[in-house]
Design a protein around this ligand. Structure first.
Ligand SMILES: [Zn+2]
Length: 145
């Protein structure tokens, strides 16, 4: 299911990102404008409704992603599409020069702005996570500078 087995053993954050559908940490440098993944999100939710994919296949966050979501990620004002009594959290991973091959988890706007001021091309991947049921989905990716 996950192709990135070798990298996973060496780096937890690579693991986190490779566990999120749609994030390809190898190609982040090619992203020059915002990519919105709402269409894929709707498709996944429709497939769950139709029963063509099982909830357990999509509510499968890596423990580290879940930990970040539970402990430090900011809440959004949006509710989880699968358990509407729980608010979604937003977790961002930024890729770029000197952040390592597996990116960096960035929670605060201040830190994001500091990275954006650096030289080089930086791309952020925003992942929505429900800390209750484990729903997680790549929301958008965009260059931050
Ligand atoms: Zn949920």
């Amino acid at each position: 299911m996950y192709s990135n087995g070798t990298e996973i053993q060496h780096n937890d954050y690579a693991l986190v990102v490779s566990f999120v559908r749609g994030v390809d940490s190898q190609n982040h440098s090619e992203i020059s404008s915002e990519v919105d993944y709402r269409l894929q999100r709707r498709r996944v939710l429709r497939d769950i409704e139709l029963g063509t994919i099982d909830r357990s296949e999509v509510c499968d966050p890596h423990p580290e992603l879940l930990r970040v979501a539970r402990k430090i990620a900011p809440k959004t004002s949006e509710m989880c599409p699968l358990c509407p009594q729980n608010e979604l959290r937003l977790v961002a991973y930024v890729f770029g020069p000197r952040l390592g091959p597996s990116g960096k988890c960035v929670i605060s706007d201040e830190e994001m702005q500091r990275i954006a001021k650096r030289n080089g091309h930086f791309v952020s991947y925003e992942i929505e996570v429900c800390a209750a049921c484990g729903w997680n989905h790549l929301r958008r990716s965009y260059p931050i500078n």
